[in-house]
Design a protein. Structure first.
Length: 668
């Protein structure tokens, strides 16, 4: 038995908070680690002790094996839990932990190395009789070898990083002419993310389901599965919504898939928590995709339907104790669905967003669980993954779980960074998802490449204007010596009037507010007139009556003339152009190509003087562990190339400047 009392959590964010919670519930001492950017992060506050690793860049903090081990030594930790991401699937880290005389709460280093390489993992699964997607996983990594394999398999094909996952180093290729460029960019992203350029190729299955099986094994020869999770709703090959059980699995198919997953784990002598991922086609045939040798982001849905704490089981196995139950003891009770709340902008290709989190109020309710690692005032950094929180709902039926999740997401209040809350609710309410028919093509087929947010209506715009007017009134009252309540909303010329010009999206609208006693306001939005009565207001919520109809909204007022307003699950950002600083509009010129997020320029593909078409790839920006193409938004001539490979840029920085109207191949 390898008993231990102090555990260092080598991670950050919501997973670190979640692991600390179980550690403290079971009586372990919890140690957090943090970078300089995370000094006041919730996981630091939650732990019994916290140790600084280093600066914000992951290579100098969360990915530094030496610094994590030094933190373990400093804190007196006897075991290390890696969470997911970062060093969790790094065999060298697991081996270094063991060599340092500490317990690694996860599988053996050999198992991580074996299953962490997609090429070798696939070869082992084929040998174990586990069905696999046809592909190429050879040692010859030349472009010619991949072109030959793709020709044999037939397009479309999927290029994948052999050493990693999470959508990084992955490219879907439909056209043979695009394969060399896809190989080049996948190698670059794989090298940056995983330290290896090795790739594999697979035949791309159209519209499959992504179904994974949670497995657990102890050191006493017991291996079980805890049911499956459907993770088909994805963007950029990264999961967004997960549920358990899978809506289309029959008991017979569940038994077959579960048996294959157990055999996959048993065949490599696996220990601890792991996930066998499969692609499931419309005919009920499934194919091995990869194995994740760690706890999954989406593990809460399994916990809710099985009633088992997976982190507690990890600790139990790591201490050398048996699982204590058999496959016959596993029951799936009810249904659970998880939605990942990301700092990202669905309207702009799901690009990550960063900035100061101004307000966060997690939802609550029957069957609702929120795993979060954020707080108001925190800086959402471009250095780390954009996952903010996971909102999970359980119900006796799938319909109940789905309704609870929609209600929870609608009630959540999040201001300060662009997030995908509105998109999540829209996705959950689509008939295809509600009917349990979503595949990996769901987002593309239902939303296209850029889901469009709803524009603020007259009522929402009127609410924003009244709230901003009231903030100005409150500021004035704070400066008055003896303000009298009966004189509120009045000036020496009679009732107070106020004018704003809001931009929501690309449209501007003039709004006029005329105040009267009793918190009543006559508001003209464009050519529409409304009577607005304020019934209640606190720091972040207000209740209005508009022509007799009541509405409660959440809001956040910024000092630069911006109002963020949530009505239902919609969030609107309205900027008063009469207050909004011109400095905040940097980069809005039509020919200026700006950074949409903080990040590092890793590639520049053009030079000054080049002529480009709309959509031309200008460069590559790496942010939040992903690489993003920078493309021209119009045709013309490049008159300035500011971007330089290896340089750090901030959101809004000008990277390229295009002189419009000079198309490639056209007149100079």
């Amino acid at each position: 038995m390898k008993s231990f009392g102090t555990v260092l959590v080598a991670n950050r964010g919501e997973i670190a908070v979640r692991i600390v919670r179980t550690l403290k519930e079971l009586g372990y001492r919890a140690v957090a680690v943090y970078s300089e950017a995370d000094a006041d992060a919730p996981h630091v506050q939650a732990a019994d002790m916290a140790v600084l690793l280093g600066p914000a860049p992951v290579a100098e903090s969360y990915l530094s094996i030496e610094r994590v081990l030094a933190a373990a030594h400093t804190s007196g930790a006897e075991a290390i839990h890696p969470g997911y991401g970062f060093l969790s699937e790094n065999a060298a880290f697991a081996r270094a932990v063991e060599d340092a005389g500490l317990v690694f709460i996860g599988p053996t280093a050999d198992a991580i190395a074996l299953m962490g390489n997609k090429a070798e993992a696939k070869r082992r699964m084929l040998a174990a009789g586990v069905p696999c997607v046809p592909g190429y996983e050879g040692a010859d990594q030349s472009d010619a070898a991949f072109v030959a394999a793709a020709t044999r398999l037939g397009f479309p094909v999927m290029v994948k990083a052999a050493a990693g996952g999470g959508g990084r180093g992955m490219r879907l290729v439909d056209d043979p002419a695009e394969l060399p460029a896809a190989l080049r960019s996948a190698r670059s992203e794989a090298q940056n993310a995983f330290g290896s350029e090795e790739l594999i190729l697979e035949k791309a299955l159209r519209r499959p389901r992504h179904v994974e099986v949670q497995v657990f094994a102890d050191a006493h020869g017991h291996t079980v599965h805890l049911g499956e999770r459907d993770c088909s709703v994805q963007r950029r090959h990264q999961k967004v919504i997960e549920e358990s059980p899978c809506p289309v699995l029959t008991p017979a198919l569940r038994a077959r898939m579960g048996a294959a997953a157990v055999e996959a784990a048993r065949s490599i002598g696996y220990r601890g928590a792991g996930t066998i991922e499969f692609l499931l086609d419309a005919d009920g045939e499934f194919y091995f995709l990869e194995m994740n040798t760690r706890l999954q982001v989406e593990h809460p849905v399994t916990e809710l339907v099985t009633g088992r704490d997976l982190v507690a089981l990890q600790l139990q196995v790591a201490e050398g104790r048996p699982l204590g139950f058999t496959q016959d003891d596993v029951r799936l009770d009810g249904h659970a669905i998880e939605a990942r709340l990301y700092a990202e902008d669905p309207a702009h290709g799901f690009l990550p967003s960063s900035g100061r989190l101004l307000h966060w109020q997690p939802p609550a309710g029957p069957g609702v669980r929120v795993d979060a690692g954020i707080r108001a005032g925190q800086l959402v950094s471009s250095f780390y993954d954009p996952l903010l929180a996971k909102v999970v709902a359980w119900g006796e039926t799938r319909e109940t779980a789905l309704d609870r999740l929609v209600a929870a997401l609608t009630a959540a209040q999040l201001f300060g960074v662009t997030a995908n809350r509105e998109f999540l609710v829209d996705a959950l309410q689509r008939p295809v998802f509600r009917n349990g028919a979503a595949t990996t093509a769901f987002i593309e087929e239902e939303f296209g490449t850029a889901p469009r947010p709803a524009a603020a209506g007259s009522a929402e715009t009127a609410f924003a204007a009244v709230l901003q007017f009231l903030r100005g009134r409150d500021d004035a009252c704070a400066l008055a010596v003896t303000p009298r309540a009966e004189l509120l909303n009045w000036s020496s010329r009679g009732a107070s009037h106020w004018h704003a010009r809001y931009r929501s999206g690309e449209a501007d609208v003039d709004v006029f507010v005329a105040a009267a006693p009793g918190e009543r306001y006559a508001v003209r939005v464009g050519d529409r007139s409304l009577t607005v009565e304020l019934l209640h207001r606190d720091e972040y919520t207000a209740t209005f009556a508009v022509d007799g109809a009541r509405s409660t909204v959440a809001f956040c007022l910024e000092r630069n003339g911006t109002v963020q307003l949530s009505s239902g699950h919609r969030t609107f950002v309205l900027r008063n152009q009469l207050e909004f600083s011109a400095a905040d509009e940097v980069g809005r010129g039509a020919g200026r190509v700006t950074a949409l997020m903080h990040g590092v320029v890793v590639e520049v593909c053009v030079q000054a003087g080049d002529r480009v078409e709309k959509g031309t790839r200008l460069g590559v920006l790496e942010a939040m562990k992903m690489q993003h193409d920078i493309r021209a938004e119009l045709a013309g001539k490049l008159v300035q190339v500011v971007a330089r490979p290896g340089t750090q840029v901030a959101a809004g920085d000008v990277l390229f400047e295009i002189e419009a109207g000079v198309a490639a191949g056209g007149l100079a």
